[in-house]
Design a protein around this ligand. Sequence first.
Ligand code: WTA
Length: 647
Amino acid sequence: MTTDTQTRPSLLPDAHVDAARYDQMYAASIADPDAFWGEQGKRIDWIKPYTKVKNTSFGPGDVHIKWYEDGTLNVAANCIDRHLATRGDQTAIIFEPDEPTDPAQHITYNQLAENVGRFANVLKELGVRKGDRVVIYLPMIPEAAYAMLACARIGAVHSIVFAGFSPDALAARMNGCEAKLVITSDGAPRGGRVTELKDNVNKAMLHVTHDAKCLVVKRTGQQVAWVQDRDVWYDDIAARVSSDCPPEEMNAEDPLFILYTSGSTGQPKGVVHTTGGYLVYASLTHQMTFDYKDGDIFWCTADVGWVTGHSYIVYGPLANGAITLMFEGVPTYPDAGRFWAVCEKHKVNQFYTAPTAIRALMGKGPDYVNKYDLSSLKLLGSVGEPINPEAWNWYNTHVGKGRCPIVDTWWQTETGGHMMTPLPGAHELKPGAAQKPFFGVKPLVLEPTSGEVIEGNGVEGVLVLADSWPGQMRTVWGDHDRFVKTYFSDYKGYYFSGDGCRRDADGDYWITGRVDDVINVSGHRMGTAEVESALVAHEAVSEAAVVGYPHPIKGQGIYCYVTLMADETPTDELKKKLSDWVREEIGPIAKPDVIQWAPGLPKTRSGKIMRRILRKIAENDFGSLGDTSTLADPSVVDELIANRAKQ
Ligand code: WTA
């Protein structure tokens, strides 16, 4: 514990859920999921009400997940239309632009209705129909939310690609879901600099293997290269279409969006979320975890390119008629006080961010926080990776002033919403623990090799979920077998999270991190295989192995072992070239932190790279390399250790 700890925040009074209610609701959700979720489903509006609630199987054999399967609804109508009678003039979205001197926007629900209706008609003009896929590659501007909701309104399936991804990554995702349209902007201001988004799309389009159009929103007004008949300005069509667009009636199990995420092997997979269950789950978790009350100003700092932005900037808050803040910039521009300046300026009540941001700001010292009035804050949240005690204490002391409960929410792109978290009116906090399962969530700890369920407390193993919840992903886009293989094959009959976990003596859960070849860099998920394939795509590289290693700010850094082609000379200049290459291939978030030349890689006789050993070497931990006798050539390890010292 550091000396930062002042007081532990007390439970929130008058919360939606107190300890007794949590126990009662949790027990009910497990005892009779049909009854529990049948009731919760009523929190959203249905066009045709469901008569069936849960129809799910985790196998073995058939794996299928369906919720509310005979109900129909429209997500945009739930996020907009149903609020108009009671809160049409209330702010829906507060937009805070990159430049603090540019004016913020307050977009009311009435204005949101108009903007989304018009955007939906623009999509229709471009020939987008129910079921078509639309890729969104936009900065954090209100149009990103309009575009998502416009797709939902007409039944098109959106797939957002984070604006920090490279043209190649964008092309791969557009090809993956055969997107008919990509929505982008001329440029994306971020941290005082501009990313040439349209330019990236132009490059990506060279690798898109089918016909696709490009809709361009004006953000910066800069010059952009244009391809006639393919590229269209949003404003040109918007000027001539109406803002009235009736919502399409969608089945609960129609896809709402695809979001590509990294796994332990191969290409990113298209996680598919559907309409009814997802919305019920996003809205319920948003209300309960953050104890959201009418009129509160809620700020989730994620980008809409990640699932956190989908569920907790757009769908959850808007389904609840909330006021949600969208921030275009970065925490350190113009200085490390920006988050807190925005909290003060907009009187934010709930603030939700990632440990990596907290660690980065912690490093700049508390003066940046202390000069702002943060008295509006009631609750803080954390997501993306385990939060270390130092960061937790700093967050609690300097941001929450010891008053604001911190909800540490464990979940995944695949889960659609929070799976484990303390609830702020129910659970005394333990720094670093995700603590309690959300309603309907049945976590189990398994012995990793045998797959046996480990009962009791004070135990550790891999984390699986024993039953479905409405926000669960339904399939991998175009590849249901991959879905079954990835999540339901290692431990039969369970959903395997890919995370390890500990259940402490009190029965509280602590996530210990990924147990597969996925690393978590600044809260972004990355498959080591993706970085490896980018490296070996370079002509100088013969082989590469990538592992994560502890990094003081990013959580994990990217450590690359690279074997060069025989005629290449290992130089610092080449290291820089390779590093830039990966950045170009995937995007800035994948830029290697360390490249170590590896004359050979530790492999078993069957040719499998022993990553366990590479992780230890990257961590500078040579004492516990384990058994190296099964290696084809054990001397490789000594050489790598000798080279490690030079990094
Ligand atoms: C990790 C982000 C510990 C975990 C919503 C998970 C966490 C992966 C936490 C999913 C947390 C997320 N504590 N670890 N509170 N939240 N993780 O798909 O390893 O980008 O499997 O979803 O992040 O990352 P994803």
